[in-house]
Design a protein around this ligand. Structure first.
Ligand SMILES: NC(=O)c1ccc[n+]([C@@H]2O[C@H](COP(=O)([O-])OP(=O)(O)OC[C@H]3O[C@@H](n4cnc5c(N)ncnc54)[C@H](O)[C@@H]3O)[C@@H](O)[C@H]2O)c1
Ligand SMILES: [Zn+2]
Length: 358
Protein backbone atom coordinates (compact mmCIF):
# COMPACT_ATOMS: atom_id res chain seq x y z
CA UNK A 1 0.00 0.00 0.00
CA UNK A 2 1.41 3.41 -0.84
CA UNK A 3 -0.51 6.19 0.78
CA UNK A 4 0.83 9.70 0.42
CA UNK A 5 2.40 11.16 3.55
CA UNK A 6 0.94 14.34 5.03
CA UNK A 7 2.78 17.38 6.32
CA UNK A 8 1.00 19.37 9.00
CA UNK A 9 1.90 23.00 9.73
CA UNK A 10 1.92 23.91 13.43
CA UNK A 11 3.14 26.68 15.75
CA UNK A 12 6.14 24.44 16.53
CA UNK A 13 6.94 23.96 12.85
CA UNK A 14 5.81 21.34 10.33
CA UNK A 15 5.52 17.66 11.23
CA UNK A 16 4.93 14.64 9.06
CA UNK A 17 2.45 11.77 9.16
CA UNK A 18 4.02 8.80 7.38
CA UNK A 19 1.97 5.80 6.27
CA UNK A 20 4.50 3.07 6.82
CA UNK A 21 3.85 -0.53 7.80
CA UNK A 22 7.55 -1.14 8.46
CA UNK A 23 8.17 1.81 10.78
CA UNK A 24 7.99 -0.19 14.00
CA UNK A 25 10.28 -2.91 12.63
CA UNK A 26 12.83 -0.25 11.63
CA UNK A 27 12.69 1.36 15.05
CA UNK A 28 13.09 -2.02 16.72
CA UNK A 29 16.07 -2.89 14.50
CA UNK A 30 17.88 0.34 15.28
CA UNK A 31 16.83 2.02 18.52
CA UNK A 32 18.37 5.52 18.57
CA UNK A 33 20.17 7.05 21.55
CA UNK A 34 18.49 9.54 23.85
CA UNK A 35 14.97 8.14 23.66
CA UNK A 36 12.42 7.08 26.28
CA UNK A 37 9.52 4.80 25.35
CA UNK A 38 5.99 5.09 26.68
CA UNK A 39 4.10 1.98 25.60
CA UNK A 40 0.51 0.79 26.00
CA UNK A 41 0.69 -2.34 28.23
CA UNK A 42 -1.59 -4.40 26.01
CA UNK A 43 0.28 -3.44 22.84
CA UNK A 44 3.56 -4.39 24.55
CA UNK A 45 2.13 -7.86 25.29
CA UNK A 46 0.57 -8.38 21.87
CA UNK A 47 3.63 -7.19 19.94
CA UNK A 48 6.33 -8.45 22.33
CA UNK A 49 8.23 -10.22 19.54
CA UNK A 50 8.04 -7.33 17.05
CA UNK A 51 9.20 -4.94 19.78
CA UNK A 52 11.77 -7.08 21.60
CA UNK A 53 14.61 -4.56 21.32
CA UNK A 54 12.34 -1.65 22.21
CA UNK A 55 10.95 -3.45 25.26
CA UNK A 56 14.40 -4.35 26.55
CA UNK A 57 15.59 -0.73 26.24
CA UNK A 58 16.61 0.74 29.66
CA UNK A 59 13.85 3.39 29.53
CA UNK A 60 10.43 1.87 28.92
CA UNK A 61 7.32 3.03 30.74
CA UNK A 62 4.51 0.51 30.22
CA UNK A 63 1.12 1.96 31.04
CA UNK A 64 -2.26 0.27 30.81
CA UNK A 65 -4.69 2.37 28.78
CA UNK A 66 -7.19 3.34 31.47
CA UNK A 67 -8.69 6.75 32.16
CA UNK A 68 -7.33 6.69 35.72
CA UNK A 69 -3.81 6.22 34.36
CA UNK A 70 -4.09 9.58 32.58
CA UNK A 71 -5.05 11.38 35.80
CA UNK A 72 -2.83 14.10 37.17
CA UNK A 73 -2.16 12.14 40.36
CA UNK A 74 -0.34 9.42 38.35
CA UNK A 75 2.11 11.87 36.84
CA UNK A 76 4.63 12.14 39.69
CA UNK A 77 5.44 8.44 39.21
CA UNK A 78 5.89 8.90 35.44
CA UNK A 79 8.11 11.93 35.97
CA UNK A 80 10.19 10.09 38.57
CA UNK A 81 10.61 7.13 36.19
CA UNK A 82 12.01 9.49 33.53
CA UNK A 83 14.24 11.37 35.99
CA UNK A 84 15.66 8.04 37.19
CA UNK A 85 16.52 7.23 33.57
CA UNK A 86 18.32 10.52 33.06
CA UNK A 87 15.83 12.47 30.93
CA UNK A 88 17.37 15.57 29.33
CA UNK A 89 16.01 18.37 27.17
CA UNK A 90 17.47 17.00 23.95
CA UNK A 91 15.94 13.55 24.54
CA UNK A 92 12.82 12.34 22.73
CA UNK A 93 9.75 10.57 24.11
CA UNK A 94 8.34 7.87 21.85
CA UNK A 95 4.67 6.93 22.36
CA UNK A 96 3.38 3.56 21.11
CA UNK A 97 -0.32 3.10 21.80
CA UNK A 98 -3.73 4.75 21.45
CA UNK A 99 -5.23 8.04 22.58
CA UNK A 100 -4.49 7.45 26.25
CA UNK A 101 -0.79 6.76 25.64
CA UNK A 102 -0.76 9.82 23.36
CA UNK A 103 -2.30 12.11 25.97
CA UNK A 104 0.12 10.97 28.69
CA UNK A 105 3.19 11.30 26.46
CA UNK A 106 2.12 14.60 24.95
CA UNK A 107 1.45 16.14 28.37
CA UNK A 108 4.81 14.93 29.69
CA UNK A 109 6.58 16.21 26.56
CA UNK A 110 4.92 19.62 26.98
CA UNK A 111 5.87 20.08 30.61
CA UNK A 112 9.03 18.09 31.35
CA UNK A 113 12.04 20.42 31.41
CA UNK A 114 9.72 23.02 29.79
CA UNK A 115 9.39 20.88 26.71
CA UNK A 116 11.00 17.86 25.05
CA UNK A 117 10.25 16.41 21.61
CA UNK A 118 7.97 13.43 21.11
CA UNK A 119 7.13 10.97 18.32
CA UNK A 120 4.01 8.89 17.96
CA UNK A 121 3.23 5.36 16.68
CA UNK A 122 -0.59 5.31 17.02
CA UNK A 123 -2.00 1.78 17.44
CA UNK A 124 -5.75 2.45 17.66
CA UNK A 125 -7.94 3.61 14.80
CA UNK A 126 -9.10 6.63 16.79
CA UNK A 127 -5.52 7.75 17.23
CA UNK A 128 -4.54 6.99 13.61
CA UNK A 129 -7.52 8.69 11.96
CA UNK A 130 -8.10 11.59 14.32
CA UNK A 131 -6.16 12.36 17.48
CA UNK A 132 -2.58 11.88 16.16
CA UNK A 133 -2.70 15.33 14.56
CA UNK A 134 -4.03 18.52 16.09
CA UNK A 135 -1.51 19.11 18.90
CA UNK A 136 -3.87 18.53 21.82
CA UNK A 137 -3.00 16.75 25.05
CA UNK A 138 -5.76 16.26 27.60
CA UNK A 139 -5.47 14.67 31.00
CA UNK A 140 -7.91 14.09 33.85
CA UNK A 141 -7.93 15.61 37.34
CA UNK A 142 -10.22 14.30 40.06
CA UNK A 143 -13.56 13.61 38.41
CA UNK A 144 -12.96 16.16 35.62
CA UNK A 145 -12.04 14.44 32.36
CA UNK A 146 -9.61 16.11 29.95
CA UNK A 147 -9.55 19.26 32.09
CA UNK A 148 -5.78 19.89 31.87
CA UNK A 149 -3.98 20.13 28.60
CA UNK A 150 -1.61 21.75 26.19
CA UNK A 151 -1.09 22.22 22.46
CA UNK A 152 2.08 20.25 21.74
CA UNK A 153 2.40 18.57 18.35
CA UNK A 154 4.64 15.52 17.88
CA UNK A 155 7.70 15.73 15.65
CA UNK A 156 6.60 12.74 13.57
CA UNK A 157 3.72 10.27 13.35
CA UNK A 158 4.01 6.77 11.85
CA UNK A 159 0.72 5.13 10.87
CA UNK A 160 0.51 1.38 10.28
CA UNK A 161 -2.94 -0.14 9.80
CA UNK A 162 -1.45 -3.55 10.70
CA UNK A 163 -2.02 -2.64 14.34
CA UNK A 164 -5.76 -2.61 13.72
CA UNK A 165 -5.79 -6.39 13.21
CA UNK A 166 -5.58 -6.95 16.96
CA UNK A 167 -7.91 -4.15 18.02
CA UNK A 168 -11.24 -5.12 19.61
CA UNK A 169 -14.21 -4.56 17.32
CA UNK A 170 -15.66 -1.95 19.68
CA UNK A 171 -12.43 0.04 19.42
CA UNK A 172 -12.49 -0.21 15.62
CA UNK A 173 -16.07 1.10 15.60
CA UNK A 174 -15.05 3.82 18.04
CA UNK A 175 -12.45 5.03 15.53
CA UNK A 176 -14.91 4.70 12.65
CA UNK A 177 -17.26 7.00 14.62
CA UNK A 178 -14.61 9.75 14.62
CA UNK A 179 -13.92 9.15 10.92
CA UNK A 180 -17.63 9.54 10.13
CA UNK A 181 -17.62 12.78 12.16
CA UNK A 182 -14.84 14.21 10.01
CA UNK A 183 -16.65 13.24 6.80
CA UNK A 184 -19.88 14.93 8.00
CA UNK A 185 -17.89 18.08 8.72
CA UNK A 186 -16.49 17.92 5.18
CA UNK A 187 -20.04 17.86 3.80
CA UNK A 188 -22.85 15.52 2.74
CA UNK A 189 -20.96 14.09 -0.26
CA UNK A 190 -18.09 12.95 1.98
CA UNK A 191 -20.51 11.41 4.44
CA UNK A 192 -22.25 9.53 1.61
CA UNK A 193 -18.86 8.24 0.39
CA UNK A 194 -17.90 6.72 3.75
CA UNK A 195 -21.47 5.46 4.21
CA UNK A 196 -21.22 3.53 0.93
CA UNK A 197 -17.89 2.01 2.02
CA UNK A 198 -18.90 1.38 5.63
CA UNK A 199 -18.85 -2.44 5.42
CA UNK A 200 -15.55 -2.54 3.51
CA UNK A 201 -13.83 -0.53 6.25
CA UNK A 202 -13.95 -3.65 8.40
CA UNK A 203 -12.74 -6.08 5.76
CA UNK A 204 -10.45 -4.21 3.38
CA UNK A 205 -7.31 -2.49 4.78
CA UNK A 206 -6.93 -0.49 1.55
CA UNK A 207 -10.35 1.11 2.03
CA UNK A 208 -9.60 1.68 5.70
CA UNK A 209 -6.28 3.38 4.95
CA UNK A 210 -7.93 5.52 2.27
CA UNK A 211 -10.44 6.88 4.78
CA UNK A 212 -7.80 7.32 7.51
CA UNK A 213 -5.86 9.48 5.06
CA UNK A 214 -9.00 11.38 4.03
CA UNK A 215 -9.96 12.03 7.65
CA UNK A 216 -6.50 13.39 8.49
CA UNK A 217 -6.46 15.48 5.32
CA UNK A 218 -9.80 17.13 6.16
CA UNK A 219 -8.72 17.71 9.76
CA UNK A 220 -5.39 19.18 8.54
CA UNK A 221 -7.32 21.91 6.69
CA UNK A 222 -8.99 23.01 9.93
CA UNK A 223 -6.10 22.70 12.38
CA UNK A 224 -3.74 24.59 10.12
CA UNK A 225 -6.21 27.49 10.10
CA UNK A 226 -7.15 27.24 13.79
CA UNK A 227 -4.62 25.13 15.71
CA UNK A 228 -5.72 26.59 19.07
CA UNK A 229 -9.42 25.81 18.57
CA UNK A 230 -10.71 29.38 18.84
CA UNK A 231 -12.95 29.36 15.74
CA UNK A 232 -13.38 27.10 12.70
CA UNK A 233 -11.91 24.02 14.43
CA UNK A 234 -14.79 24.08 16.94
CA UNK A 235 -16.95 22.05 14.53
CA UNK A 236 -14.82 19.00 15.39
CA UNK A 237 -16.86 18.95 18.56
CA UNK A 238 -19.85 17.75 16.51
CA UNK A 239 -21.41 14.82 18.41
CA UNK A 240 -19.12 15.48 21.38
CA UNK A 241 -21.25 17.49 23.84
CA UNK A 242 -23.84 14.71 23.82
CA UNK A 243 -21.12 12.06 23.44
CA UNK A 244 -19.19 13.22 26.51
CA UNK A 245 -22.43 13.37 28.52
CA UNK A 246 -23.25 9.80 27.42
CA UNK A 247 -19.76 8.62 28.43
CA UNK A 248 -20.04 10.32 31.83
CA UNK A 249 -23.61 9.13 32.52
CA UNK A 250 -22.69 5.51 31.73
CA UNK A 251 -19.43 5.57 33.67
CA UNK A 252 -17.54 5.14 30.38
CA UNK A 253 -19.32 1.88 29.50
CA UNK A 254 -19.74 3.32 25.99
CA UNK A 255 -16.37 3.80 24.19
CA UNK A 256 -15.61 7.40 23.18
CA UNK A 257 -16.17 7.19 19.40
CA UNK A 258 -19.32 5.11 19.83
CA UNK A 259 -20.73 7.69 22.27
CA UNK A 260 -19.82 10.33 19.66
CA UNK A 261 -21.68 8.32 17.00
CA UNK A 262 -24.79 8.37 19.19
CA UNK A 263 -24.13 12.06 19.89
CA UNK A 264 -24.12 12.83 16.15
CA UNK A 265 -27.40 10.98 15.65
CA UNK A 266 -28.86 12.88 18.60
CA UNK A 267 -27.56 16.21 17.24
CA UNK A 268 -29.12 15.52 13.80
CA UNK A 269 -32.45 14.59 15.36
CA UNK A 270 -32.52 17.57 17.74
CA UNK A 271 -31.54 19.99 14.97
CA UNK A 272 -34.73 19.01 13.13
CA UNK A 273 -36.79 19.40 16.33
CA UNK A 274 -35.29 22.87 16.92
CA UNK A 275 -36.24 23.87 13.37
CA UNK A 276 -32.68 24.49 12.19
CA UNK A 277 -31.98 21.13 10.54
CA UNK A 278 -33.97 18.80 8.41
CA UNK A 279 -35.45 15.40 9.23
CA UNK A 280 -34.31 14.20 5.81
CA UNK A 281 -30.65 14.55 6.91
CA UNK A 282 -31.32 12.72 10.15
CA UNK A 283 -33.02 9.92 8.21
CA UNK A 284 -30.18 9.79 5.63
CA UNK A 285 -27.49 9.40 8.26
CA UNK A 286 -29.40 7.40 10.87
CA UNK A 287 -28.95 3.88 9.40
CA UNK A 288 -25.15 4.24 9.24
CA UNK A 289 -24.83 5.88 12.67
CA UNK A 290 -27.28 3.37 14.16
CA UNK A 291 -25.20 0.55 12.66
CA UNK A 292 -22.02 1.97 14.17
CA UNK A 293 -23.45 2.19 17.70
CA UNK A 294 -25.32 -1.13 17.48
CA UNK A 295 -25.20 -3.13 20.67
CA UNK A 296 -25.16 0.09 22.72
CA UNK A 297 -28.71 1.22 21.94
CA UNK A 298 -29.88 -0.71 24.99
CA UNK A 299 -27.25 0.74 27.35
CA UNK A 300 -29.19 2.69 29.99
CA UNK A 301 -28.30 6.39 29.96
CA UNK A 302 -29.61 7.82 33.25
CA UNK A 303 -31.03 11.28 32.55
CA UNK A 304 -29.92 13.20 35.65
CA UNK A 305 -26.20 12.43 35.24
CA UNK A 306 -26.60 13.02 31.49
CA UNK A 307 -27.99 16.55 31.96
CA UNK A 308 -25.57 17.28 34.76
CA UNK A 309 -22.62 16.37 32.51
CA UNK A 310 -24.09 18.34 29.59
CA UNK A 311 -24.47 21.47 31.71
CA UNK A 312 -20.81 21.20 32.83
CA UNK A 313 -19.46 20.82 29.29
CA UNK A 314 -16.38 23.01 29.07
CA UNK A 315 -17.51 24.37 25.69
CA UNK A 316 -20.63 26.02 27.21
CA UNK A 317 -20.71 29.80 27.21
CA UNK A 318 -23.50 30.96 29.55
CA UNK A 319 -25.78 29.90 32.39
CA UNK A 320 -28.83 27.95 31.25
CA UNK A 321 -27.52 27.45 27.72
CA UNK A 322 -25.73 24.62 25.98
CA UNK A 323 -23.29 25.11 23.15
CA UNK A 324 -23.86 22.57 20.41
CA UNK A 325 -22.60 21.81 16.93
CA UNK A 326 -25.70 21.02 14.88
CA UNK A 327 -26.37 20.51 11.16
CA UNK A 328 -28.38 23.10 9.22
CA UNK A 329 -30.81 22.39 6.37
CA UNK A 330 -27.89 21.74 4.01
CA UNK A 331 -26.33 19.33 6.54
CA UNK A 332 -23.43 21.74 7.20
CA UNK A 333 -22.53 21.75 10.88
CA UNK A 334 -22.13 24.99 12.84
CA UNK A 335 -21.78 26.08 16.46
CA UNK A 336 -24.36 28.00 18.45
CA UNK A 337 -25.78 28.33 21.98
CA UNK A 338 -29.26 27.01 22.72
CA UNK A 339 -31.45 27.45 25.82
CA UNK A 340 -31.37 24.33 27.98
CA UNK A 341 -35.09 24.72 28.77
CA UNK A 342 -37.85 22.19 29.50
CA UNK A 343 -38.57 21.66 25.81
CA UNK A 344 -34.89 20.91 25.14
CA UNK A 345 -34.74 18.46 28.03
CA UNK A 346 -37.94 16.73 26.88
CA UNK A 347 -36.52 16.36 23.37
CA UNK A 348 -33.25 14.89 24.73
CA UNK A 349 -35.22 12.47 26.84
CA UNK A 350 -37.37 11.42 23.87
CA UNK A 351 -34.25 10.77 21.82
CA UNK A 352 -32.46 8.76 24.50
CA UNK A 353 -35.48 6.67 25.50
CA UNK A 354 -37.10 6.04 22.11
CA UNK A 355 -35.47 7.40 18.98
CA UNK A 356 -32.01 6.01 19.80
CA UNK A 357 -33.44 2.50 19.78
CA UNK A 358 -35.54 2.90 16.63
N1 LIG B 1 -5.54 14.41 22.54
C1 LIG B 1 -6.50 14.28 21.66
O1 LIG B 1 -6.56 15.00 20.67
C2 LIG B 1 -7.54 13.22 21.85
C3 LIG B 1 -8.56 13.10 20.89
C4 LIG B 1 -9.50 12.09 21.05
C5 LIG B 1 -9.41 11.25 22.14
N2 LIG B 1 -8.44 11.43 23.06
C6 LIG B 1 -8.36 10.54 24.23
O2 LIG B 1 -7.98 9.26 23.79
C7 LIG B 1 -8.50 8.26 24.68
C8 LIG B 1 -9.11 7.16 23.87
O3 LIG B 1 -8.12 6.69 23.02
P1 LIG B 1 -8.29 5.44 22.05
O4 LIG B 1 -9.70 5.21 21.71
O5 LIG B 1 -7.28 5.62 20.99
O6 LIG B 1 -7.87 4.21 22.88
P2 LIG B 1 -7.10 3.82 24.20
O7 LIG B 1 -5.76 4.40 24.22
O8 LIG B 1 -8.03 4.08 25.33
O9 LIG B 1 -7.05 2.25 23.95
C9 LIG B 1 -8.22 1.46 23.82
C10 LIG B 1 -7.91 0.01 24.10
O10 LIG B 1 -7.22 -0.56 23.00
C11 LIG B 1 -6.02 -1.20 23.45
N3 LIG B 1 -5.12 -1.17 22.31
C12 LIG B 1 -4.43 -0.12 21.79
N4 LIG B 1 -3.85 -0.48 20.63
C13 LIG B 1 -4.17 -1.78 20.41
C14 LIG B 1 -3.89 -2.71 19.36
N5 LIG B 1 -3.18 -2.36 18.27
N6 LIG B 1 -4.37 -3.96 19.48
C15 LIG B 1 -5.13 -4.33 20.55
N7 LIG B 1 -5.44 -3.50 21.55
C16 LIG B 1 -4.96 -2.23 21.48
C17 LIG B 1 -5.63 -0.45 24.67
O11 LIG B 1 -4.81 -1.21 25.52
C18 LIG B 1 -7.02 -0.21 25.30
O12 LIG B 1 -7.45 -1.37 25.97
C19 LIG B 1 -9.45 8.99 25.59
O13 LIG B 1 -8.84 9.19 26.85
C20 LIG B 1 -9.68 10.33 24.91
O14 LIG B 1 -9.97 11.36 25.82
C21 LIG B 1 -7.49 12.38 22.93
ZN1 LIG C 1 -13.49 12.54 19.98
Amino acid sequence: MTTENLTIRSHKGPYEVRFDDDALARLNADVPDGVHFIVDGRVADLYATDMDAILSHPSVLRIDATESNKSLDRFPAYVQHLIDRGIRREHVLIAIGGGITQDITCFLAATLLRGVDWRFYPTTLLAQADSCIGSKSSINSGSAKNILGTFTPPKQVFVSTRFLETLDERDVRSGVGEMIKVQVIDGPKSFDAIARSYDSLFTDPVVMEHFIHRSLDVKKGYIERDEFDRGPRNVFNYGHSFGHAIEAATDFAVPHGIAVTMGMDMANWLAARLGIGDDAHWARMHPVLRGNYRGYETTEIPLDPFFSALSKDKKNVGQGTVTLILPDRDARVFRDAYPADDAFRAACRHYLEDIRRS
